[in-house]
Design a protein around this ligand. Structure first.
Ligand code: ADP
Ligand code: TYD
Length: 203
């Protein structure tokens, strides 16, 4: 089973992906936890190219190519081999993030994102957990982290609001695999909802 976490920066994806991994491992499942951009040696190198440096470093179109190149390598070398061995794959962000960030934030490039996805990726998750929350809270959580990966974090609350609406609309577009979870609660409350949801899907 291929499970992805999506949502705005600071919504708790990484925290919840780790907690879900621990829960499933304790239940005896063979699990790998991975992330995007990254998740394979080559894709981690591309991660530094896209997340560090000047915000104007890449055009929107070049950025789509870079994220898709990273995803293709991640899929070939990490995700598909793990799924072939029967593992549960948990991934912190995947193609829905490109549909949102590259597809929406600098003009309407969703058509290009989708075309490239169809040619080069062509795989959707079995289950996508969207952690939805107030962008002001997400941004303050994200800003409290010390990191050099800040190309996107300077874009501010207006972008976060736009991404939140976009993710909710994507959840309606792909209603068969998306589940929206209220992230504005304690870590354990959010984790418990996610564990119940995944349990239902795994049975
Ligand atoms: P994301 O991966 O979505 O950017 P993280 O899981 O890294 O989010 O969480 C961002 C910050 O918020 C971290 O410092 C984390 O400890 C904290 N955090 C995560 N979930 C919660 C929660 N439910 N309540 C309060 N703080 C949280
Ligand atoms: P991530 O490390 O998940 O950041 P956060 O924990 O703050 O959510 O992702 C870093 C940034 O990369 C994030 O701002 C979203 C952006 N991103 C894209 O723009 N496109 C993509 O396809 C992906 C996977 C991430």
């Amino acid at each position: 089973m291929f499970i992805t976490f999506e949502g705005i920066d600071g919504s708790g994806k990484s925290t919840q992906a780790h907690l879900l991994r621990d829960t499933l491992v304790a239940q005896g499942f063979d699990v790998i936890l991975t992330r995007e951009p990254g998740g394979s040696p080559g894709a981690e190198e591309i991660r530094s190219l896209v997340l560090e440096g000047d915000p104007d470093r890449w055009s929107a179109e070049t950025e789509i190519l870079l994220f898709t190149a990273a995803r293709r390598d991640h899929l070939e070398r990490t995700i598909l081999p793990a799924l072939a061995k029967g593992k549960v794959v948990i991934c912190d962000r995947f193609a829905d993030s490109t549909r949102m960030y590259q597809g929406l934030s600098r003009g309407d490039l969703r058509g290009i994102v989708d075309q490239l996805h169809n040619i080069m990726i062509g795989r959707e998750p079995d289950l996508t957990i969207l952690i939805d929350m107030d962008p002001a809270i997400g941004l303050s959580r994200a800003k409290s982290r010390q990191t050099s990966e800040e190309r996107f974090e300077d874009f501010g609350q207006a972008l976060q609001e736009q991404m939140r609406r976009g993710f909710l609309s994507l959840a309606r577009e792909y209603a068969d695999r998306f589940h929206v979870i209220d992230g504005g609660r304690s870590q354990s409350e959010v984790a418990s909802d996610i564990a119940t949801l995944v349990q239902e899907q795994l049975v």
